[in-house]
Design a protein around this ligand. Structure first.
Ligand SMILES: C[S@@+](CC[C@H](N)C(=O)[O-])C[C@H]1O[C@@H](n2cnc3c(N)ncnc32)[C@H](O)[C@@H]1O
Length: 338
């Protein structure tokens, strides 16, 4: 329940984050667990700094230092950011740099209704929940039944069930359901073929309009999604890539040439050049390797219903422009499907 509200002390049933000099682990605080044989045994968590008796965490203050058999660590309260770094991976997940941009681009505020597909490992879902609670709701879908069930159980264990509904459904085949028609402020898709889902997104967004975002690793997926969005009257289409790089504060020693001899070069008594000296500076150094590509975020706005008619007129005009023999229409070399 430690995801629900900040609190001082660890209770049985909490999830805690164990921080050990640059390593993070999520631990379920249960004094006993089932062994492979099915017997209840003492829950002992093994780390590179030795064993931790999980029972001893109960009653300990969050943020405090805890003894391990060969060292010590700190126990932290989980946040969506820490959870993304420690959660059990059932799929590829979305990480904090992309998550922060997704939350901003979807215009989410407490009270928003947001749809997500697929749920995957629930990395993004935890951040969505924190943003829209206490009055908003996340509807998250996955067509992999086991993943949908595990995610639902995890949200329950984390005390978040009031803010999220996890369903097993193929959203590309079946859409988001009758009860969500015209109910969502925003929709996020992390699916292999998001463009097929765009007509369902149109159905789900409110009459006053809303925001859309999809995450796709390949530019061909982005192109198809953009074409589908345009066709359905979405506006303000933008695709971006979020690459976070961290500057390391470090000391660098550089040779400095003494140029004072230049002043006397043409004089009658020339001065010898002095050897270079070395000076040490504190600098912000760029990483030697750039962060790898994760995916492209494509975002778009669905205008309110009264403005959508105009969009359809524009689309008709665009279609006329496309068959204009001057050939000035948009020229994306993508086969249009869906
Ligand atoms: C990359 S994972 C999502 C990861 C998630 N965003 C996270 O941060 O943990 C993609 C998920 O989409 C699900 N999926 C793929 N196609 C789907 C569909 N048509 N309907 C619903 N879920 C789908 C997969 O089962 C998979 O769990």
């Amino acid at each position: 329940m430690s995801f629900r509200n900040y609190k001082d002390k660890i209770d049985e049933g909490d999830t805690v984050i164990l921080y050990l000099s640059n390593n993070l682990y999520a631990i379920d605080v249960r004094p006993e667990i089932k062994s492979k044989k099915g017997d209840l045994v003492e829950n002992v968590f093994q780390t590179p700094f030795g064993a931790l008796k999980v029972r001893n965490l109960i009653g300990t203050e969050y943020g405090s230092k805890v003894e391990l058999s060969k060292g010590w660590g700190h126990v932290l309260q989980p946040t969506p950011e820490l959870w993304s770094l420690t959660l059990p991976h059932r799929t590829q997940i979305i990480y904090t740099p992309d998550i922060s941009m997704i939350l901003l681009q979807l215009d989410l505020v407490p009270g928003s209704v947001v749809i997500e597909a697929g749920t995957g490992s629930g990395s993004l879902t935890h951040a969505l929940i924190r943003r829209v609670r206490p009055h908003g709701h996340v509807f998250t879908f996955d067509f992999h039944e086991h993943r949908a069930n595990v995610a639902r159980k995890e949200f329950e264990e984390h005390g978040l069930s009031d803010f999220v509904t996890a369903q097993h459904r193929d959203v590309l085949e079946e859409g988001f359901g009758e009860n969500l028609k015209g109910k969502a402020d925003a929709v996020f898709l992390d699916l292999p073929s998001p463009w097929i889902g765009v007509p369902h997104v149109l159905d789900a967004l409110k009459a006053k309009g809303g925001r859309f975002c999809s995450f796709s690793p390949c530019i061909e997926q982005v192109q198809r999604t953009c074409l589908a969005l345009e066709r359905q009257g979405f506006q303000e289409l933008t695709t971006m890539e979020v690459l976070q790089s961290e500057l390391k504060v470090t000391r660098r020693t550089v040779p400095v040439r003494d140029l004072s001899f230049l002043k006397h070069k043409s004089s009658e008594s020339p001065v010898e050049e002095k050897p270079s000296s070395e000076t040490s500076y504190v600098v912000g150094a760029w990483p030697t390797s750039t962060p790898g590509h994760t995916g492209y975020l494509t975002v778009a706005t669905l205008p309110p219903v009264f403005a959508r008619k105009k969009t359809q007129e524009t689309e008709q005009n665009n279609q006329c422009a496309d068959i204009d023999p001057s050939g000035n229409g948009s020229a994306m070399a993508v086969e249009e499907t869906g």
